[in-house]
Design a protein around this ligand. Structure first.
Ligand code: AMP
Ligand code: ZN
Length: 271
């Protein structure tokens, strides 16, 4: 799940409270490029009697295609990991600044960097924050129109994020004690790359995802078995920022969490 430290709408404490009300006993906070929400979520989780798995969602690129790699049970205090996240976040700053410049060339001339920063609660700036500013200034009627007209991958003003390969992200997560998991493969639509990710040390795949037909889920269950990957899943909730999913929309049994935990503790048992 995402919090307002990246592109979610809610504070980590609210996410935990809502998860508890939804009857979930374990959740993972997986913000983009930041673990700023994990500690607060874990503290709130003690109060609500649930568990928060520390997580992250990293962006990677293969031939211009954005591929998300999740890290579960990563140690956020791992120095190399923390340093890299900081680098990613400063690259996000530079990227949003150049997108503002590109938009200016198209006549969108009243957006300021400071203003977009106020849309975000941390330094993991992203296009959703830019979308919010475009809507406020009347350039787009809604979030989807903002992506469609101005900041989608197909748009002139679009600038890609930092360039990291899936292999690098997988190694980074593993050296910080985490399990690397391919996020929402049914959305990414690059199944042909999965064997190379497995070769690089991928430990899991997000099989259970909201708004997905059973046949698709069955297909990824098959792939997980074939490559001996741990199956994961969840709602990918972003609060009000994504209305087609919410906390508790996709649930999985706790045994999957235990498999993931075992894999993080003893990766050598899973090769
Ligand atoms: P960024 O990490 O800054 O590239 O922003 C990526 C986020 O923007 C994704 O996680 C989605 O939430 C959102 N997003 C990307 N493409 C679209 C789109 N075409 N329509 C709506 N939201 C999108
Ligand atoms: Zn994602």
């Amino acid at each position: 799940m995402h919090t307002f430290y990246s592109d979610g709408s809610d504070a980590p404490e609210s996410v935990v409270e809502e998860a508890c009300h939804a009857g979930l006993s374990v959740i993972a906070i997986t913000d983009h490029d930041t673990m700023a929400g994990v500690k607060a979520a874990q503290e709130a989780a003690v109060k609500w009697g649930i568990e928060v798995v520390p997580g992250i969602e990293l962006s990677t690129e293969v031939a211009k295609k954005d591929i998300h790699i999740l890290g579960y049970f990563v140690d956020q205090n791992n120095p190399a990991f923390a340093k890299k996240l900081e680098e990613f976040r400063s690259a996000r700053f530079a990227r949003i600044a150049s997108m503002i410049e590109n938009l200016k060339k198209q006549g969108v001339n009243n957006l300021s960097f400071e203003e977009i920063k106020t849309e975000a609660n941390s330094d993991a700036l992203g296009r959703p924050h830019l979308a919010a500013a475009l809507i406020k200034k009347g350039w787009a009627a809604n979030y989807w129109e903002a992506f469609d007209k101005f900041i989608g991958e197909q748009c002139e003003a679009y600038v890609p994020k930092y360039n990291q390969s899936p292999k690098e992200a997988i190694a980074l997560i593993r050296q910080a004690g985490g399990v690397a998991v391919m996020a929402h493969p049914m959305v990414t639509n690059r199944d042909e790359l999965i064997p190379s990710f497995v070769e690089a040390g991928l430990g899991g795949i997000e099989v259970y995802y909201p708004n997905c037909p059973d046949a698709v889920i069955n297909f990824y269950e098959g792939l997980a078995r074939k490559y001996k990957l741990t199956m994961t899943g969840g709602s990918d909730a972003h609060g009000k920022n994504k209305t087609n999913t919410w906390i508790g929309k996709r649930r999985i049994p706790c045994e999957y969490v235990e498999q993931l935990r075992a894999r993080a503790k003893r990766p050598e048992n899973f090769v």
